[in-house]
Structure formats: C-alpha cells, structure tokens
Design a protein around this ligand. Structure first.
Ligand code: ARG
Ligand code: ZN
Length: 895
C-alpha cells in the first residue's frame, strides 16, 4: 500500500508533551502578501512527563527569528523537522520568541490566515494555527492569549480577536491597531482574528445571573438587513442553555462574523465565532424556511460549543466526537424545543417528531453509507492520515445518536446530573470521551463499560426482531437480535447496549399498555427495552389480541431494523402507529420496498407499475387533514436517493432513477386532484414570517407542486409558473422553481433565466441556482445530460472553484445528489469527477477531499460502472503532489 503521501497517526500513540505554553502574546502586522507574526511563548515544563524538547509544529511558514530567553539558541539545540521544529529548553520555564512571515493571499486552502473579499480571516481547527506561527499546535496545550492586530485602516477598519478589547488606536502611515485579551485558557484551534471592512448588528443582553453582555453579528456592508435572524437565534440559544443545562455565557462580548469563503459551516472560536455567510444571512426574499432553520441550528451549535468544546475541550483529535457528538445532540434538542414551543402544547409532539425525522434522514442518507464503506470508522477513530477527513457524519451525527442513547437510558434528569458532574470535574481541561461517559456513569450510579463499545465499533448494527403470539395465554414474545457487520480493520464486533423503544398496537390501532412477564401490572404504552446481548427475549403478558409491534420508536438507536412486515402491516402502521416517527418510518419502508421492486423490474427491461395498495396508503397519509402539514410533508417525501442506492445490490443509479421517475409521475397523476386541492388550501396569507406552522404549509404545498410537475399536470405546471412569478418570499419562489426544473416542462428554462436575472448579484441565492441545475433529472431519455449543463456552468461569471459554497452547490450536488446523471453509462461523469478533484486539490485539499469522497462506495455499483470508475480513482491517486486529504480517501477506496 502506498503511504508516501501521508503517514498514519494512531490514537494509542498519544503522549502528553514535555513542555506546554501558559501564555502567548501574539502580534500581527497584517499585510496581504507579507504578514509578519511575532509570538512570545511562556513555556512551562510538564512535571509529569519525562524531560524532552519543546515541540513546535509549523506549516508553510518562513521563520525570521527564534530566541530562547532573549538569545538565539545554539545550533544543536534547535532542530528542523519535516512538520516543524524542536527546541531544547533548560529548567522549568522559558520564554520563546518566534517571528514568522506568511502570505495570506497565496493561501487558497482557507486554513490558517487567508483573505476573503479583501479582508483577513482565520480558520484554525483542526491544525490551521501551525500555518500562522510555530506552536505546540495540539488541543491539550491550553494557553492564555493576548493578541495585537495592526493593519491598514482603509482596508481593515474592523480588527477583532478572541475575548475582550483592551485598547485600540491610530498608527502612522494610515495604519491602526487593536489589542485583545482572552481571559480563558484555550487550545490554539480556538484562536481567531478578523481584520476587514464590516458592519455590525449589536444588542445588549443579560445573562441569567444578571451580567450584561454585548452580542454582535458582523457582516459586509449591505447585509445588515439579513443579520437579524442570526441575532435572534443567538439570544434563543443563550436562554436555552441557561434553562436546560444551567450554562451561562462566560464572556462580556460574543461575536459572530460572516465570511463568504469558508470550508465548513462555522467555527466556535472563543468569543469570536466565524461563520460561512450561508449560516448567517437571511431575509425573506433571499432565504428559504430551510435556510432559516439551518441558521438557527448552526448558531446554536457554535454557541453551545462554548461549554461543550471550549470550556471543556478535547485532549487529542481522536476525541473529536466528545465535543461534536455532544454539541450536535444539544443543537438537535434545542431545535426540537424551539419547534415545540412555536407549535403550542397541542402540536408539540408532532413538531418534535418532524425535527427528529429530519435528523434521521440525515443519518440514513449520509452516515449509514459512510459506515458501510472504506472510510467506516468508530465515532472515536483509532487512526487517521488527515484529521480534516474525520469531520464526518459518523463523528457528528452518529456521535449525537450515541449521546441521545445515553439521554434515553439515563433520563432527562440523570443526563443533566451527568453533565453537571462532567463540568465540575473537567472545566478548563482537555479530556477524553471516557471522561464524559465516566461522569455520566458516576452521576447515575450505572455501569457504562459495555456502552463504551459504541465509541469503539464502526458499522451500522442490524437489529433483528421477531414476534410470537400465544393466543392461549395472551402473551407476546419479542425476540430481539443484534449483529454488526465487519468494517475495514474490524472483523469481529461485540454486542452493544441498544435501547429499543417499543410499543404494541392493538388491532383497532390503539396502543396497548405494556406488562412484561413478572411485573404486577401494566405500565406505559411505550417503553425502552435494553438489548445487551446477541439475542434476548421479552415476554409481554395480559394481551387480549395479537398486537402489531412498533419498534425503535423515536428512532431510539442508530441501527438498521430488520423486521419482516408485509405490505398490509406497513400500511396499518402508516395509518395507526401513535409514534409519529414510526408512522413516517413505515411509509419510508413501504416506499423503499416499492421503489426497489420497480428498479429491479425496470433494470431488467420488464414492465413495471406502482402497486395500488401503496398508492392508497400513501394517499391517506398525505391527505390526512388531522395531521400537521409539516409532518405530512415528511411523510410524503420519498427516501433519499443516496440511502436507496445503499439498499440496492448492486447499486444501479439508472434503474433507481427510472423507478423514482415512475413513482413521482404516478403519484403526481393519480393524486392530482388531491395535490391541486392542497395547493388551494395551504397558501399562507400575509407577510412572510419564519414560523414552523407556516413553514410546514409551504413545504407541503411545494411538494404537491413537485409531484404535479413531475406528472406533467397542466394545471399544476401553470400554478407553479404563477406562484414562481408572484412569490413574496424565497421559499415559495424557489419551491415553484424547483418543481419546474424537476419536470419535462419547457418553462423551466425561462424560469431559471428569470431567477438568475433577479438575483445575479446575490452570491448565496446563486448557489441555489447552481445547485438546482446540477441536481436536475432528465425526464426524457433523449434530453441532453446534466453533465453538459454543469460543465457550462463552470464558466459562468459567478462560478469559482476557489469558493467552497460554489463548489458544493454545483459539483457537490452533481456528484452526491444526482447519481443517475453522474454515473452516466458512458463514464463521462467519472472522468469529469477526476478532473475536478485534481483541479481542486491544487488549491484546497479539504474541499477536494469532500468531492473525492463521492466515489468511495464505488465497489457497490454495477460491474460496468466499477470498470469505468476504477481508472479514474487510479488517475487521481497517481497525481503528483496529491494532498494527504485526497490521498487518504482514494487510497482507502482502492484498498
Ligand atoms: N468545529 C466546527 C464545528 O463543528 C467545525 C470545524 C471543522 N473544520 C475543519 N477544518 N475540519 O462547528
Ligand atoms: Zn461543532
């Protein structure tokens, strides 16, 4: 195996460093092409570790000067390593001063210090700080920072860094400066600076204990009218964390800065969160309901990191899920609470379920495939080549599921007690996942040793279930089994602790009270069984008729449930299950079964038709006026194409697409009257407001348009055109446009052009325009392929390979969300993919690696597709100077 590109780092090799840094004094002389960074480190020997040199990491730095206690070290005391320096220090303390020069303009990786639209921004997680100055750039080195920024006043009127502003003033030559101090020790990955031309929306707020804090959202001139929702979201997040976990903002000032060039969603730098503009800017004319929702949850996520991530941080990067899984769980709970609050008491349960369903969709579409492929890893990986490749759906989303299972097993109060204990032990420290689970165990007097296997084992566990009804004694025995398939490097798996929330449904659809053998009386109608071994039986007694089991209610564990259910039973649960998540899931399972059968038939050139029973079941759910529109929009949305491909063996994107087209068109045609009636009833009157009730109506209406347009329904298409033209907000406008684009209607070109003309100067809206075209299906076999359109759009004036949002919108959508077009039989998509990955890798390895991952599960595809993909993978791997990021992805894919 080729390893020249990137050595493998192992979790087991962790050792504390002999020297750490107590204080760092940083000075930046900011210049676009020659920024000089002066760093004074107060180094302290770690008495618990055997003596050794000070280890400094550095990447693409020009070292101008290095002194130890004011003098240049002897030649032998300073050694150059491949990834930094090593300096011998004597005694217990030393002051090391380092001057480096960097070129922000040449930094196209968006890691370290870089330029965006003329301003200076940083991104240091995971290992970007070493691209700014030499430093022991590891999260277990926590130092107090003082930062002075010096820059041209005209170019950079605003100078920000972490913590509190100490002073600012003028300097000769049109320059000015600002000095910041962060009172909290932090790892280098949380350092940030911003020096740019920005304007601010600010508010004062009181914390629960009555301290006044200043909240700021910094955006580019002209965007102030889009900053309000982020500010509201920040205030809601503060209140929620005070209420739910007793956690208060610990700083006098909290800043959010929006930047247009950003690799990820956002970053939780202490007191100075830096965000992708996509997760800050919103106004009704430019952002959809979904955008508003995402902004709320990302603002919350980064804010919540202040405690789960910053106050208590990770000892090493293998522990990433310690902060990410926990913080995703927290933001999910926050969003669910916000939805429930807005919905009011009566509809709260349904509102929460809608959020839960969203989370499950993401997990199934993104994490399950990852767990079944060559990059499969436990939520706490054992090794990596490039840590940036491990900001994954597994670490984040499955990590959040693992925390959720703890919450389920311990209860709200037990979980809160565990959190309190965790902070009381570890505030101000860099710790491990074991420390977190230990605190949970101790606070609840529970043994969670077996639970820790969730941190160690990769792969999606299969949960098997079989029920046996005994009419003679009115008992129902549920036999649960578990097994986790092998993943790379992990052949054998041990049984996990799986919380299985169970209900039993009576023939009339009501929930039966549950009484397990040995219990004196029946209890609640949903209860959590703990499956701990490979096989376990649970005997329910006192039942008058054979029940239908409803398993994994609320999706109580991140597993694949293997339960034999015939169509009738699925239809029954679609109609009756009292758990909304399972009602939705029954619909998804039924749809999956129908789609895969259609795909098999169509793939073999056989005639195929959608079963009447499915149409009936689907129709009654989608049109059930007793149900909240947001829930119906979930229930009527088909499973994600990526998830379905994963369920198909071998994966045949063309056959799957043919099946989906047929299903869309059939449901559009057969339910046309219902969809049109919905379109009459659902429109929301009055001015746009972001509110879940309105959003649910808009979502269902837009879905109705989508089905109608897919069926080529004339009235539906006319309505889509009309709504597109007359829309008063982006959700309506974009929903109508999407319906037109996902149809054979010639009106789609005019609509796309009109949309472009209206928003041609708006980067975020143009991202939607790019993405819609990249995701477009072909509704007639002789229509030109989507690849041609994507290639043409590369040359659009608004497109740039240097801007991650543009790349994700156009290329990311094409590679990930349009498998049938990407995997066109002539292999043109695969050649294009390799060209793009190679081109991107030269400027931004993190973005390139994300695109590279689109083909990691290539062995699951048909032999013909595999034959077309393999040479392209090999071509990328053979590229000179390939980054460790891409080389890890492709290397593992080819292994
Ligand atoms: N900690 C950030 C978040 O989850 C993500 C930053 C990831 N950055 C990276 N280069 N991998 O909010
Ligand atoms: Zn995070």
């Amino acid at each position: 195996m080729k390893t020249e590109h990137a050595p493998t780092i192992h979790r087991a090799d962790y050792r504390p460093l002999p020297w750490t840094v107590e204080r760092i004094d940083l000075h930046f002389n900011l210049d676009p092409t020659a920024t000089v960074v002066t760093s004074r480190l107060n180094c302290v020997r770690n008495p618990e570790v055997e003596a050794g040199p000070l280890r400094l990491w550095g990447d693409t730095l020009e070292c101008l000067l290095l002194t130890v206690d004011g003098a240049e070290p002897a030649a032998a005391a300073l050694r150059e390593l491949e990834d930094g320096l090593e300096v011998d220090l004597a005694g217990e303390r030393a002051v090391v001063e380092i001057h480096t020069r960097i070129d922000p303009q040449a930094n196209t990786t968006l890691s370290g210090l870089y330029l965006s639209n003329g301003g200076f921004f940083t991104q240091c997680e995971a290992e970007g700080f070493r691209r700014i100055t030499y430093f022991p750039d590891r999260p277990d080195v926590m130092a107090r920072y003082t930062v002075t920024l010096e820059a041209d006043r005209e170019r950079c009127p605003v100078l920000l860094s972490n913590g509190n502003l100490l002073e600012q003033g003028e300097l000769p030559g049109g320059r000015h400066y600002a000095r910041w101090e962060d009172p909290f020790p932090k790892p280098s990955y949380l350092f940030a600076l911003v020096a740019a031309r920005l304007v601010v929306l600010e508010r004062k707020a009181q914390t629960a204990s009555g301290r006044e804090v200043l909240l700021q959202v910094w955006v580019e001139e002209g965007n102030l009218d889009r900053a309000g929702h982020a500010m509201d979201s920040l205030i809601h997040s503060m209140r929620w964390d005070e209420r739910t976990f007793g956690l208060e903002l610990d700083l006098d000032r909290f800043m959010i800065v929006a930047v247009a060039d950003f690799n990820m969603g956002a970053m939780e730098n202490k007191g100075l969160n830096i965000f992708n503009t996509k997760y800050v800017l919103a106004k009704p004319d430019t952002a959809t309901d979904v955008d508003y929702e995402h902004i709320e949850s990302v603002v919350a996520h980064e804010y919540f990191h202040n405690w789960t991530g910053n106050r208590v941080t990770c000892r090493d990067w293998f522990q990433l899920t310690l902060k990410e899984g926990l913080t995703v769980f927290r933001d999910q709970q926050f969003s669910a609470d916000m939805l429930a609050e807005a919905a009011g008491e009566e509809d709260a349960a349904s509102a929460r379920a809608v959020k839960r369903i969203d989370d499950v969709r993401v997990l199934r579409a993104a994490q399950f495939p990852e767990d079944a492929g060559p990059m499969a890893h436990p939520i706490r990986p054992d090794s990596y080549q490039e840590i940036n490749n491990f900001y994954t759906a597994t670490v984040y989303e499955k990590g959040a599921e693992v925390i959720r299972m703890l919450h389920t097993l311990l209860g709200t109060e037990g979980f809160r007690n565990g959190m309190d204990l965790y902070f009381s032990y570890h505030d101000g420290k860099a710790v491990t996942c074991d420390d977190f689970v230990d605190a949970m165990a101790e606070a609840n007097g529970r043994d969670l040793d077996q639970f820790m296997r969730w941190y160690a084992q990769a792969g999606t566990p299969r949960l098997g279930a079989r029920g046996e009804w005994n009419a003679a004694d009115g008992s129902y025995t549920l036999r649960l089994t578990q097994h986790t398939p092998p993943t790379p490097g992990q052949a054998e798996k041990l049984p996990l602790v799986i919380p299985v929330a169970v209900g039993l449904i009576a023939p009339d659809g009501s929930d039966l009270p549950l009484q397990l053998e040995g219990e004196s009386q029946p209890g609640a109608s949903t209860r959590v069984l703990e499956l701990k071994t490979a096989e376990q039986r649970f005997r329910f007694v006192g039942l008058s008729a054979e029940p239908v089991p409803s398993l994994l209610r609320g999706f109580s564990a991140p597993v694949l449930l293997e339960l034999e259910e015939d169509d009738e039973r699925l239809a029954f649960r679609m109609a009756k299950d009292s758990d909304p998540c399972n009602r939705w899931d029954a619909a998804q399972r039924y749809a999956e079964r129908v789609i895969l059968a259609l795909a098999a038939d169509l793939g073999q050139g056989r005639a195929a038709a959608v079963p009447e029973a499915f149409i009936r079941a689907f129709r009654s759910l989608a049109t059930d006026e007793a149900l909240d529109p947001a829930f119906r929009a979930q229930a009527a949305a088909l499973p994600a194409e990526g998830y379905l491909l994963e369920r198909m063996s071998p994966a045949d994107p063309a056959a799957l697409r043919a099946a989906l087209r047929l299903l869309y068109a059939t449901l559009g045609e057969r339910l046309a009257a219902d969809w049109l009636a919905l379109c009459e009833r659902l429109p929301v009157a009055g001015e746009y407001r972001y509110h879940p009730a309105d959003a649910g109506r808009r979502a269902l209406l837009n879905l109705a348009l989508r089905y109608l347009a897919a069926a080529g329904n004339e009235a539906g298409l006319a309505l889509a055109r009309q709504r597109f033209g007359a829309a008063g907000n982006m959700t309506d406008r974009f929903g109508a446009l999407a319906a037109l684009v996902q149809s054979a209607s010639p009106a789609r070109e005019d609509a796309l052009a009109a949309f472009h003309a209206r928003y041609k100067d708006d980067a975020l809206v143009l991202d939607k325009w790019f993405s819609l075209q990249a995701g477009a299906w072909r509704w007639q076999d002789d229509a030109p392929g989507t690849l041609l359109r994507v290639k043409a759009l590369l040359d659009d004036a608004a497109f740039s390979l240097s801007n991650p949002n543009k790349v994700y919108s156009l290329l990311g959508t094409f590679f990930r969300a349009n498998p049938a077009e990407f995997h066109a039989a002539d292999g043109s998509g695969h050649v294009f993919w390799a060209d793009m990955v190679i081109a991107l890798d030269a400027r931004n390895p993190q973005v390139a690696a994300r695109m590279a991952r689109a083909l990691e599960n290539w062995r699951r595809y048909t032999p013909a597709l595999q034959a077309s993909i393999r040479p392209q993978l090999e071509r990328v791997l053979a590229t000179k100077g390939l980054s460790p990021d891409v080389s890890e992805v492709i290397g593992k894919a080819l292994q």
